[in-house]
Design a protein around this ligand. Sequence first.
Ligand code: 6GU
Length: 277
Amino acid sequence: MRLDVVTIFPEYLEPLNVSLVGKARARGRLDVHVHDLRAWTHDRHHTVDDTPYGGGPGMVMMTGPWGEALDTVLADGYEAGARTPALVVPTPSGRPFTQELAVEFSERPWLIFTPARYEGIDRRVVDEYATRMPVYEVSIGDYVLAGGEAAVLVITEAVARLLPGVLGNAESHRDDSFAPGAMANLLEGPVYTKPPLWRGRGVPEVLLSGHHGRIARWRRDEALKRTTAHRPDLIERCPPEAFDKKDRETLSLLGWSPDPAGEPYGRFWCRPKAVEQ
Ligand code: 6GU
């Protein structure tokens, strides 16, 4: 997979040399190119932004440098044999970045990221390139960052670990908390390792029992507890078939029951009264 990143802070992307993404590059699974947007300015001050039409606070990134940068990156990539690029535009007003989108990105041969600073990029840039290639405007969560560079790091790490030959085995993705198509997406419960006693704290006995069935059941119950506590929305949208008899027993103990309103709008389960939490 080829990755291009155009940014006014190339040094912000240094972590792409480290850890999992660095390893993917070293193994030849990822070909990363980071570009300084200011290379495509022509004035003494390397200006990339200007005041917004219509007024208002902040600055808007100008069409000129972005247009020249993207034309050059596209030409260079095609020259190097890359094909079917997709543009990934990190923005707090994008669609949520999810594991499903990470899987979709991991299946594409060429991603071009355009992390912006200030109030974002002149809309005409996205509109122009959208006539030539798929454009994904994505947000990594409901909070506001000063720029899209950190989002590029997040997205790249989520995608790189899905590439064949980057993590240990392909099986390792099947159990990801947010694996697409899973009947139920549950959060992982707690994990433990040696020593068996630390500062007076032991390990749940069942994990030392060697009873694989009981261990699997315990882990499932812990995942249900954790998910109801932290992400009740994930439980609400699980279809009834997602849960076996023991799951339903555990959910019932946690105060959850099938939605009496008959799952309107895909809500199959409802949360306990707040007082019980
Ligand atoms: Cl992708 N960019 C910025 N600037 N803020 C964000 C974001 C992206 N996702 C969430 N907040």
